[in-house]
Design a binder for this molecule. Structure first.
Ligand SMILES: Cc1cc2nc3c(=O)[nH]c(=O)nc-3n(C[C@H](O)[C@H](O)[C@H](O)COP(=O)(O)OP(=O)(O)OC[C@H]3O[C@@H](n4cnc5c(N)ncnc54)[C@H](O)[C@@H]3O)c2cc1C
Length: 390
């Protein structure tokens, strides 16, 4: 049986999250600590305390680690509400990259690693990074990984360069992907390492200037210069990094969809209000068919995106990996929501490109969504291959 109803307690919690974001978080959207490199750590900490006071911090964490152990569908409902402001997920500690990193660590880390690297992220005390992408190396094709690690039986030595590393500046928990070279002790190949951000050998060259500004700390260019890590630093097993990255990516790309759905709804609500009140040629602009069609296209897209997300979540909640469906969701939702944001800019006229409303920020922030966690073309490539395999 297909059941689209939202249980009453979940609906009530969704409404509580939405109201929390509107009342307590939206006012921070004009805070100067929301910089061109994202919210500062000081701003993040202030927002986190607001969510903590409402018992809305890191609700997605497993029950045994202090969270509510939400299902994927429950996450979809609550993250959409949180996404009403791009600062909502930051406050509730369900923003990227921490959210995906917490998921990965809760699945793969051993008990000591959980205490040292995961718990401080769950409690909101520290942030985390996932360092994979490289200039000239790993990107859409992680098989091109060029950062290397050698192992002498006691220590790993990591060398390489990464970029687009979200939150690098100031994050404490670091997950680093490097290719373990052949050695007599452990299986070689792509491997994930865990360490602290202030470990000697991690050099943050600079924070990149990008068109988005919703991620704490922005996106860094990082160099590993003879970064020496003890053998306990391996996350999971050596040679398995690409498998773990997949484990992280399927749900992580869906949570991006959930949060951006909330942001797109916010943009639509602003566009609708404008279409009701702004007049041109003798009537509210919303009464011109050209504008009402833009708003209708948005409504259709929002609805389709929500159903696509829910379906992939439902599959995962029922034990399926849902790789194909999460690829369909990521590629279609990122493209459609960006069109929604663009149409909202259009309905707003000239002020759409100004910061008089938050629509401009949503539009710019959402552009990057079509690239990270797999560019649209890479997902379509995978979907096409699956279709051809039958
Ligand atoms: C805002 C933002 C945050 C990010 N945060 C992180 C982070 O925290 N950690 C991290 O490691 N990385 C991060 N990234 C990097 C992100 O994962 C990469 O941008 C993404 O994997 C694509 O890699 P690339 O940029 O090297 O593009 P490339 O691999 O150079 O690809 C460029 C383009 O080529 C096309 N293309 C590639 N392969 C195919 C194919 N098979 N078929 C058709 N077209 C194809 C696509 O159009 C693609 O956009 C972030 C990126 C952004 C934009």
């Amino acid at each position: 049986m297909i059941d689209f109803s939202i249980p009453a307690d979940l609906a009530a919690e969704r409404d509580r999250v939405r109201q929390f974001v509107i009342d307590k978080i939206v006012p921070y959207e004009r805070d100067p600590r929301l910089t061109s490199h994202g919210p500062t750590d000081e701003l993040r900490q202030e927002l986190v305390e607001l969510a903590r006071a409402e018992k809305l911090l890191t609700v997605q964490a497993p029950v045994e680690l202090g969270g509510r152990g939400l299902t994927h569908v429950e996450q979809a409902v609550l993250y959409e509400a949180a996404g009403w402001s791009t600062l909502g997920p930051v406050a509730m500690n369900c923003a990227a990259p921490d959210e995906g990193n917490m998921f990965l660590l809760s699945k793969v880390a051993n008990p000591e690693q959980i205490d040292r690297y995961l718990m401080p992220v769950i409690t909101g005390q520290q942030r985390s990074v996932f360092a994979m992408t490289e200039p000239g190396g790993a990107g859409s094709d992680p098989g091109q990984l060029s950062t290397s690690a050698t192992f002498d039986g006691e220590n790993f030595v990591v060398n390489g360069r990464k970029w687009l590393i979200t939150g690098a500046d100031g994050a404490k928990t670091w997950i680093i992907m490097a290719r373990l070279e052949a050695n007599p002790h452990l299986p070689e190949g792509p491997t994930l390492f865990l360490t602290e951000g202030d470990t000697p050998g991690i050099v943050i060259e600079r924070t990149m200037n990008t068109m988005d500004r919703n991620y704490v700390g922005g996106h860094g260019v990082v160099r590993f210069e003879n970064l020496t890590l003890p053998k306990e630093s391996v996350l999971g097993e050596t040679g398995q990094a690409l498998r773990y990255a997949q484990l992280r990516l399927a749900p992580a790309r869906l949570t991006h969809c959930m949060r951006w759905l909330g942001a797109a709804e916010r943009a639509q609500s602003i566009a609708v209000e404008h279409a009701r009140t702004r007049t041109a040629f003798g009537k509210p602009i919303g009464e011109h068919e050209g504008v009402s069609f833009l708003l209708a296209d948005n409504e259709i897209a929002l609805h389709q995106c929500r159903l696509t997300i829910w379906h992939a979540c439902w599959l995962m909640d029922n034990g399926h990996k849902a790789r194909h469906e999460s690829s369909i969701a990521k590629s279609s939702v990122s493209e459609e929501l960006f069109k929604v944001a663009d149409r909202c800019v259009q309905v707003l006229g000239g002020i759409g490109i100004s910061d008089e409303t938050v629509v401009e920020m949503i539009f710019r922030d959402m552009r990057a969504f079509r690239l990270y966690d797999g560019p649209t073309e890479v997902h379509k490539w995978a979907i096409g291959r699956q279709v051809l395999r039958g």
